[in-house]
Ligand binder design. Sequence first.
Ligand SMILES: NC(=O)c1ccc[n+]([C@@H]2O[C@H](COP(=O)([O-])OP(=O)(O)OC[C@H]3O[C@@H](n4cnc5c(N)ncnc54)[C@H](OP(=O)(O)O)[C@@H]3O)[C@@H](O)[C@H]2O)c1
Length: 261
Amino acid sequence: MERVDREGRAVVASKVPPYRTVAYSVARRGVEGVRRRLRGRLDIIQLHWPPPVFAPLCWHVRALERLVLEGMAGAYGLSNFPAPLVEKALECSRRLEPASLQVQYSLAYRSPENRLLPLARKTGLALIAWSPLVKGALAGVARPSDPAQRRDRVFREAAGDRELQEALDEAARRTGMTRAQVALAWLVSKGALPIPGTRRPERVAEIAGAARGLPEDVVESLDRASARYLTRWGRCYRALQWIRLVPCSLQYLALRLSGGV
Ligand SMILES: NC(=O)c1ccc[n+]([C@@H]2O[C@H](COP(=O)([O-])OP(=O)(O)OC[C@H]3O[C@@H](n4cnc5c(N)ncnc54)[C@H](OP(=O)(O)O)[C@@H]3O)[C@@H](O)[C@H]2O)c1
């Protein structure tokens, strides 16, 4: 993931799974692997999902904290953490708190607004929004063309939501932006940092055009058209929570067998 900071410098962030952060020595090898693959600077290293219920959260947080203090990365962050676990992680840190929290967040997945967004504002965590275009459904892709889109319930729901699609069209007409820009700029207006995925370099300029945000009345009309997504996927953020019941060793094995590591 690459972003540009306030000085116009690219910010490079990556993630490690919790079976790679269970102890300091393991985490060190994991982050060294990330740095080797990136062949350059690592600004933020994020814990990809919360550790299993059997593994104390503080081990993981303190391992990442120590690696940052040693200069292995510029900062560390959390990903897919619900609010109570974010609060716990903040209590674990001794000298350096996490800098960011990456969660699923879009016009069609608004659960983070109930607890996580206020918590991020209060604690100064940067809220990074993954799947901000719902795999293209908010940019105008109506039918799934790859397995990731086919498997994604949020994609199917957003692609078939006439009210939301019309509100995006209307906002695009009013602002002169593209639909993708409107969906991303709505997140910017909420104070989040969207990380859209694309395989096409020509989309980079379009994506950057969303950074200016949206007029307040356009945000309000999109809020109204997407209000049901505040609770549609649960009031509390739950993405990837099931994985907390799987021990680290089995997570590793399953990902290894599926070619994920
Ligand atoms: N923390 C986590 O657990 C987690 C989980 C999932 C994803 N992520 C992160 O989230 C980021 C993106 O996630 P994502 O791929 O699910 O989400 P996304 O940004 O919501 O969607 C990407 C899809 O949208 C399409 N798209 C982009 N711009 C478009 C445009 N202007 N018009 C039409 N289609 C457009 C892309 O197609 P093209 O390639 O053709 O442009 C791609 O298929 C990645 O950095 C990933 O690492 C994190």
